[in-house]
Design a protein around this ligand. Structure first.
Ligand code: SF4
Length: 368
C-alpha cells in the first residue's frame, strides 16, 4: 500500500521509517505550505480550525502524490477533533478521490477497533507479530531521539553566535537519525546529534529570557503552522520551553508532566472536567511556568478552537495572580509571518524591561 499521514514537526522521519519497515511504500507528506493552506481553505468548512484546514490540504497533496491510505488519530472528549477524520473522508469521497483514512482512536476507548486497524496495517505489509513489535520499538526510539534533539536546539539557539547555525546543526542530527535502522544506530545518531549541538560556538555571557509555549497540540508541534515561532524566539535570544512533545503526548514521562499534576494546577481557575483539546493544560502549564520562574508564556491557539478560547478567557486572571505575562496568538489562514514577528519583538522587549525592573527592585530590597 502507499501510505501517508499528517505531518507534525519532525516526527515524519520516524513515521516514514515505520511505514517503510512494515512493508509499505511511504508517501512523505510535504511540509505544509501556502499551497497546502490554499487547498485546505478551498475544501474545508469556513468554521473549521486551522489544523483541520492544513490536514485537508495535506490529504489532497498526498493523494496527488499517489497515496492510497492515510493513517491518522481520532479523538474522544468534547473537542471536535474526533469528527474530523470522518469529515475528511466525506470530503475526499465527494471529490471522487480514492484515498482511505484509517483513524486510530485512543486504544483504551475501544481496544478491539484499535487492534483491528493495527492488524490491517501490519498484516498487509507481510510482517509477523514479532517483527511488527520490533519495528514499533525502533520507530518509538527514533521518535524519542527526534524530540531530544529538538528540545536541546531550543536551549542552544539563544546562545548561537552565527544566526541559523542551530537550525542547520539540528538538521544534520535529524539526517543521522533518518539513516539509523536499529536501536543501537539510533542511540549513536542521537548522541552524535546532541554532541554537534552542544559543541556549536556559543556566547555563554548572554542571559536569555525563558518563555514557555502552551496551546493546541498541532499548532504547537508543527513549525509551519505557527510561523516558526519557536525558532524566531530562539534567534531573538529567548530560551524556549515547549510544554508538549509528541513522544510525551504518547506517554513518555520525561517529556510530559502527568495530566493529573497539570490539572491540579489548573483547578483553582477551572474547576471543571477537561474542556477538550489542551485547554485545561494551557491553564495548568501557565501556573507551572510562573512557579518555575519563567519570564513569560506564549499561547498558540487556532482561531475558533473552543478549548483554547476557554483557556484564553481564564488566562488573564492566571497571569495577574501568578505574575507572569502571557501573549496569545490566535492562528488562522490570515495570520502572516511579519505580524507574528512584530508581536514577538514587542513581547520580548516588554519581558526584558520587566526583568530589569524586577532585578533592580530585588537589588534595592537586598540593600535595605
Ligand atoms: S483542539 Fe481546537 S484546534 Fe484542535 S481540533 Fe479541537 S477545536 Fe480544533
Amino acid at each position: 500500500m502507499k501510505i501517508s499521514f499528517p505531518r507534525m514537526g519532525y516526527s515524519y522521519i520516524a513515521f516514514k521509517w515505520l511505514v517503510e519497515n512494515i512493508g509499505h511504500e511511504c508517501i512523505v507528506p510535504p511540509e505544509p505550505s501556502e499551497r497546502t493552506l490554499d487547498l485546505g481553505v478551498r475544501y474545508s468548512p469556513e468554521f473549521a480550525c486551522i489544523p483541520y484546514k492544513i490536514l485537508t490540504g495535506t490529504y489532497l497533496e498526498v493523494a496527488d502524490m499517489g497515496a492510497e491510505v492515510v493513517l491518522t488519530s481520532g479523538g474522544i472528549g468534547p473537542c471536535r477533533a474526533g469528527y474530523y477524520w470522518i469529515m475528511h473522508q466525506q470530503m475526499l469521497d465527494e471529490l471522487g478521490i480514492d484515498l482511505k483514512i484509517i483513524a486510530f482512536e485512543p486504544p483504551l476507548n475501544n481496544i478491539s477497533d484499535f487492534w483491528q486497524k493495527l492488524k490491517l496495517v501490519w498484516k498487509s505489509g507481510g510482517l509477523s507479530y514479532r517483527e511488527f513489535i520490533r519495528v514499533m520499538k525502533v520507530a518509538w526510539e527514533k521518535l524519542k531521539a527526534i524530540d531530544d534533539l529538538e528540545q536541546l536546539s531550543f536551549k542552544v539557539r539563544p546562545y548561537e553566535i552565527h544566526r541559523g547555525e542551530t537550525s542547520r546543526t539540528l538538521w544534520k542530527g535529524l539526517d543521522f537519525l533518518d539513516e539509523a535502522n536499529s536501536i543501537p544506530e539510533i542511540k549513536e545518531a542521537r548522541s552524535e546529534g546532541l554532541k554537534l549541538l552542544n559543541s556549536m560556538p556559543q556566547d555563554k555571557t548572554r542571559d536569555p529570557l525563558k518563555v514557555g509555549i502552551i496551546g493546541e497540540i498541532y499548532v504547537v508541534l508543527e513549525p509551519s503552522a505557527n510561523h516558526y515561532i519557536q525558532i524566531m524566539l530562539g534567534e531573538a535570544g529567548v530560551e524556549v520551553d515547549r510544554s508538549m512533545y509528541l513522544s510525551g503526548y504518547c506517554g513518555r514521562r520525561e517529556m510530559h508532566r502527568p495530566n493529573e499534576e497539570i490539572f491540579a494546577m489548573a483547578r483553582p481557575y477551572l474547576n471543571e472536567a477537561p474542556i477538550g483539546g489542551h485547554g485545561t493544560n494551557s491553564i495548568g502549564e501557565t501556573v507551572l511556568y510562573a512557579k518555575n520562574g519563567f519570564d513569560g508564556v506564549i499561547q498558540l491557539a487556532p482561531f475558533a478552537c473552543i478549548p483554547e478560547i476557554v483557556a484564553k478567557s481564564i488566562i488573564p486572571r492566571v497571569s495577574r495572580e501568578q505574575d507572569i505575562p502571557v501573549l496569545t496568538f490566535f492562528i488562522d489562514e490570515q495570520t502572516g509571518k511579519a505580524g507574528v514577528q512584530t508581536r514577538i519583538e514587542a513581547f520580548v522587549d516588554l519581558l526584558e524591561k520587566r526583568r530589569e525592573r524586577k532585578r533592580k527592585e530585588q537589588g534595592r530590597l537586598r540593600a535595605c
